[in-house]
Structure formats: structure tokens, C-alpha cells
Ligand binder design. Sequence first.
Ligand SMILES: [Zn+2]
Length: 162
Amino acid sequence: MLDIVLYGEPILIQKAQEIKEFDHDLEKLAGDMHDAMKRDHGIGLAAPQVGASKRLFVVGLDNEPLRIFINPRIVAMSEKTSEYEEGCLSFPGLYFTVVRPSAVDIEALDIRGKPFRLSADGLLARVIQHEYDHLDGILFIDRVSPAKRRRALAHYSRMLNM
Ligand SMILES: [Zn+2]
């Protein structure tokens, strides 16, 4: 089972590498990420969170099939935004409200390298944007005001020391 990389590890703030080989290793990585996500009760997980600098994330909402996004690009975002309380497997126990566009269009490759496009709204759009950010080394604490970020990190470090 893959371990989840926690906040503080440099890989979480680095830009991940484009995927060029669609082989058995990639399938295994995606499958192992899915298992780790479910084990930790997550609904999304990006490769940097398991220590792999690759542009790949998985999404597993309840009652939906596993979705895999490789070398994704968000090609459109709604002007309308929404608020939602987010968590992140790399920040266990930390939750706070993040404002993001309500809907996005994303283009990506599937596990065999075949392109697809998806229009998402609601929770799916939310998770896609959170995981997509991970591939660029952007964390959910980077999506709030500096004051809120400081409070969140102070709260998180207190929690870790408990
Ligand atoms: Zn996350």
C-alpha cells in the first residue's frame, strides 16, 4: 500500500512531470493510488501525494466509477463560483472553505493514452480542481487569503503536535 505524502514534503509544492509512457507501471500506479485513496476515505488523490512526480490524478466519488485523469488541462471554467469545505489527504484533519469556479471543462488522457473531454460541476468539478492544483504544486491553503492560510497552518501544526 502506498503511503500518503504529508504537507512539508517538497514534492507537494513542485510541478509534476508530463506522462509519456502508458504501460503496466502506470496502470499499477493508478490502481495503487485508488486503493490508498479508498483506504484513507478520500474522494481524490494526485500522484505527487504518493511521492510520484507525474501528471496523474484519480477521483472516486461515492457510487461512481473511478475516474483517472492523465496530463489533464482545464480548458474552461465558469464565472460562477461556489464555496465548499475541502479537506486534503496530505493535511489530515484540516478542513476549511475554499471558493472555486462551480463548473469546469477538462481535457485529459485515459489510462491507455486516449484523449477525452469532460464537463463537470458540483462535487466532481470541485475535486477535479483540487487535484489538478496538486499537479502544479498548488495546495488548498494557497487558494485562501494569507490570513486564513496562516490560521489554517497554525491550527494544523497544533493538531500534529497533539
Ligand atoms: Zn489534496
